[in-house]
Design a protein around this ligand. Sequence first.
Ligand code: MSP
Length: 630
Amino acid sequence: MKTFYVTTPIYYANGEPHAGHAYTTIAADALARYHRIKGNEVFFLTGVDEHGANIDKTAETEGLSPQAFCDKLAPIFTKLWERLNISNDIFLRTTSELHKRGIKKFLTALYESGDVYKAPYEGYYCRPCERFFPEKELADDKICPIHKLPLEWVKEENYFFRLSKYQDRLIQHYNENPDFVYPESRRNELLNVLESGLEDTSISRSSVSWGIPLPFDPEHIAYVWIDALPNYITALGYDADSERYHKFWPADVHMMAKEITRFHALLWPAMLMAANLPLPKQIVAHGWLTKDGEALSKTRGIFIDMDGDIGTYGVDAFRYYLLREFSFGNDGDYRPARLHARYNADLANDLGNLLNRVLGLVNKNFDEIPVPTTPDDIDEEIKGMAQTTVDQLDAQMETLAFDTALETIWEFVRRVNRYIQQTEVWTLTKPETKPRMGTILYNSLEALRFISVLVSPFIPDTAEKIQKQIGLTEFDTVAEWGRLPAALKVSKGEPIFPRVDLKKEKAPKSDAVKPKQKSDKKTTDLISFADFQKLDLQVGNVISAEPIEGADRLLKLQVDLGTEKRQVVAGIAEHYKPDILIGKQVIVVVNLEPATIRNVESQGMILAASGDSVVLATPETEVPLGTKVR
Ligand code: MSP
C-alpha cells in the first residue's frame, strides 16, 4: 500500500486560531481524505508551536505560566479542528514529551555534524516573527516586512548553523527535483534567494527562557524555528527510530502559506542534510486569505467571521467556499456575499435539489431502488462522464487545483440535472415506460453515489448524508460505476442545504447587497430590449491595476479583451486593493463613450454590484476573453 504523509505548519499557540489557519488545515484535510479514498495509507499532522519569547510574553500578560497558557490554547485549536471535521492523525504539541525526546536526538545529530558553532550576534529582530532580518532585506525605516512593526536591535551570543555550506547542495536538489517547491513562482523566488547566497543562521537564544535547552549546552534555548521544524519527524517517533517514522518519512507534502517557505524550503532541508536524513518530497505554499484586500490582523481588527458564517451556512459550505473560490497559489479575498452565492447556487440548487428531486421521484414511483433494465445511449454518456470526471479530478488533485477539481465535479452534477430534464423522467409513469423510468432513476442515484465519493474529501459530512439518504448503511468510497445495489430503501430526503434567506438571517457584514430602493418602478422607466441590446458587454481580464494620484476612490485598470486592451478608470479603490484585481475576469461596457477622469482616459466601464460595498460582477467560471455578456 502506498503511504502519504501530509502536514500543516504547527501554529503558534499565542492566540486563537482564525480563518487563515483554518484554510491551510482544510486544504491539507482535503488532500489527506482524497489520498485515503484512493486507498493510500495516510498520516496527517497538525499541531501547535508552543515555545519562544512571544508565547512567554503573551502568557505573562494573562498572568499565567507559559505552560498553563499553552494548556489553555491547545484545546481551542483541537476543538476548532473537530468542528471543521479535520481528520488529522496527530495533534503535535512542542511541549509534549514525544517532541522533546525527538528534538534532543535531532539537535545532537545536528551538533555532531560539525556544522554548529558559537558566535556573538547582533541584528534587526522581529519578535512576532521570532527572527533576525538581514539588513539587505530591509528598507531604511527598518520595519518588519511581514508584520509592519519596527524591528528591535538585538545583541547576543548564539549558536549558529552553517547554512551557507549547504547552498550548492540545495541548488542541486532544486534543479534535480523541479517540484520540490510548489507552485513554480515560489520555487523561482527561493532559487533566487539561494543563488544570491545564504548566510549562517543562529539556532539558539540566550535571552529566551521558554523553550527547549540545547542538549550540548543547556544554558542556551533552541531558537523557536529550530525547535519547530523537526516536529515533522518527532511526531512520527524519530526519537525511538519507530516503525511509523520509517513508514512515513520523508513527508509527501508540507503545506503552508507563502510567508514561511524560506524556513521550510531552505533551512529545514539543510538541517536534514546535515543530520543525514531524507528531505521532504514537496513544500507547497498557498496564498493568503485576506479580508477586503488586507492581511488578517487581530491588532488591526481585520478578521473573518468564521464562527458566524459556519453558524449560518454550516461547516461544509465554509469548507466548500474556501476550496472552490480560491486558486491555491494566489491570495484570495474572503467575501461573505460570495459564500452566500456559492451556497445557494452550487450547494442548495445544483447538488441539494438534485438529490431531493431524485429521491422524491423514487419514493413516489417505486418501493425501493429499481433495477436498471432498459439502457439507452444517454445513460452510457452519463456513465462515461462519471469516469472522465474521476480522471480529470485525479490530474487536478496532483497539482492541488482544488478549485478546478470542484468545478469538474460540479460539471458532472449539472450534467446529471440535465439528464433528468432531457429524459423528462417524471413523465414516464405508464406501465410500458416505467422500466425506463426505473433505469434513469437508478443511474441518477448511482451518479449521486459517485458524486458523494468525489466530494467526500472536500465536504465529508455532506458526502455521508447523501449516501445515507440513498439507503447505504456504510460509506462506499469506491468510484466505480454500478456498485449501488438495487432494492435498497431510500429515505424521504431532508434538504442537505436548506435555503438561507438573508432577510431572516443576519446579512453578511461588509458586502451585503443593498435592498432595492425603489421597487415600484413605473412602466415609463422601462427600457426596450432594443435599447438593452445597444450595450456591448464583454468579458476581460485585469492585467494591471494602480491607484490614481490624488483620487482616493479611483483605480486605473488595464483590461485585456482578447482582441484589444482597454484602459478603464473604476471607482473601486476603497473596496479593492490593486494587487487582488490582477488576473480577475470582469465585465466591461465596451461601447461607452471614452471619458477623461482626473486626467486619465477611461475607455469603458466595468460592472459591479454597488450597495453598502462594491462587489465586482465576474463570470461564474472562467470564459474566453471577449465573450459577450447578454
Ligand atoms: N509556528 C510557525 C510555523 C512553524 S511550522 C514548523 C508559524 N505559525 S503561525 O501561527 O503564524 O501560522 C502560519 C501559518 O498559518 C501560515 O503559513 C498558514 O498556513 C496559516 N495562515 C495564517 N494566516 C493565514 C492567512 N491569512 N491566509 C492563509 N493562511 C494563513 O508560522
